[in-house]
Design a protein around this ligand. Structure first.
Ligand code: PLP
Length: 396
């Protein structure tokens, strides 16, 4: 098997009515998630766009794109997670300290947390760390953000602009996670990580739950009859939220769920294929341009949801991501133009690959997903041009 080829893996662990861990189910079922986001002055639902000409060209019924490049002015969906998790963490702290705190729908307008109470820290490839730094600044707290060696300069600068300290670690995203955990222990800092590991689970559960606001917005009018949802995946936290939403909240008939990862950074796909069906860590460099998806280890609390709730796991090449960025940027006919970064474009890269590839594996994947001329596909453009220079060089 060529390691650098696109792969399609149908999920033999899929369950129609999964039995999921109660503590994570409780986090997903919390009633205050969207209220917390509404308390942010920058909150607006992001656009849901249709690309009829591209759908026609690909021979499918409809392509809808949830465009997270407009989220909070941060150009990525990620702060939905940190905003909710930090609210839950601070609320718990203030409650235990016997102090007053504002209700969810006013939380970020009327914070009562004294300045400098916490140092929030996390590892990131850019978007999650920017979200943590943004929320820390709103609450007048310190933030220390760890990034892998190959992080784009613009992504580092955007985090520094929020007043956070950035530490560039000599290594991958997974190395940055380990260094952040070590420093947090040494200094008594509070980790706000989107990935989880044994013994560090509560905050990543809240982060996953925060992503549900995106799905709630997409289906606010209850008029979408989606057949396939394609989710760009790194550690799988967004995928876990999608698994929960489309297996439990969304009415039947439910859409098929597809996870897309970069070739060479496919920790979810490899975990699905592992003998035990348990998460495996990848060895090696993780050199994809899809920085947000360049992760070698699935999140512990995300895994059961991804494992039981998804239908297909696939990988895409960097070239496919570049082509998808250009396809969004140079639309067909009257289709709207969409600004999509490398990771954000992975969903469209997966759809283009699925529709256009002539291999037997691709044909099997199309059959597994019942892809037909009437199929309605939902894509999540999870980021815009968070690295403007890289973006320009790809679309020009
Ligand atoms: C733009 C973008 N899309 C998708 C993802 C994947 O999210 P997760 O790591 O929860 O799988 C990330 C993660 O950082 C991201 O930045």
């Amino acid at each position: 098997m060529d390691e650098m080829m696109t792969r399609f893996v149908s999920n033999t662990h899929r369950r129609t009515d999964p039995d999921w861990p109660a503590d994570t189910v409780a986090a997903f079922s919390a009633p205050d998630i969207s209220a917390v986001h509404r308390s942010l002055p920058e909150y607006r639902p992001t656009p849901l766009l249709s690309l009829p000409n591209l759908a026609h060209e690909l021979g499918i019924g409809e392509i809808l794109v949830k465009d997270e490049s407009h989220r909070f002015g941060l150009k990525a969906f990620k702060a939905l997670g940190s905003a909710y998790a930090i609210y839950r963490f601070v609320q718990k702290h203030l409650h235990e300290a016997g102090r007053q705190y504002p209700p969810a729908d006013q939380f970020y307008r009327e914070s009562t947390l004294p300045k400098g109470t916490f140092v929030f820290c996390t590892a990131t490839d850019g978007n999650h760390g920017r979200g943590v730094a943004w929320i820390a600044r709103k609450l007048s707290q310190r933030a220390v953000i760890y990034m892998p060696t190959n992080s784009a300069r613009a992504r580092i600068q955007n985090i520094r602009k929020e007043g956070a300290e950035v530490i560039v670690v000599d290594g991958t995203y997974d190395d940055a996670v380990a260094r952040c955990a070590k420093d947090a222990l040494a200094h008594g800092w509070q980790i706000i990580s989107d990935t989880s590991w044994p013994g560090y689970e509560e905050i990543p559960r809240w982060i996953q739950a925060g992503y549900l606001t995106m799905f709630g917005e997409i289906h606010a009018n209850n008029d979408a009859d989606i057949d396939i949802v394609i989710v760009p995946a790194g550690v799988g936290a967004l995928a876990a939220a999608a698994a929960w939403y489309y297996n439990r909240v969304y009415p039947e008939p439910r859409p098929k769920l597809v996870s897309v990862e970069p070739v060479g950074a496919d920790c979810l796909l490899q975990s699905i294929l592992s003998e035990t069906g348990e998460p495996v860590s990848l060895k090696g460099e993780l050199a994809s341009i899809m920085a947000g998806l360049n992760c070698g280890t699935p999140s512990q609390v995300a895994w059961p949801f991804v494992k039981l709730g998804f239908d297909l796991f696939m990988t895409v090449t960097d070239d496919a991501a570049r082509e998808a960025m250009r396809t969004y940027y140079y639309p067909k006919g009257e289709d709207p133009r969409i600004i999509s970064g490398e990771s954000g474009a992975a969903g469209l890269a997966a759809l283009l690959t699925l529709c256009n590839e002539s291999s037997i594996a691709a044909a099997d994947a199309r059959a597994h997903l019942d892809l037909s001329p009437s199929t309605k596909v939902l894509l999540l453009n999870t980021e815009g041009d968070t690295d403007p220079e890289g973006f320009k060089s790809i679309i020009s």
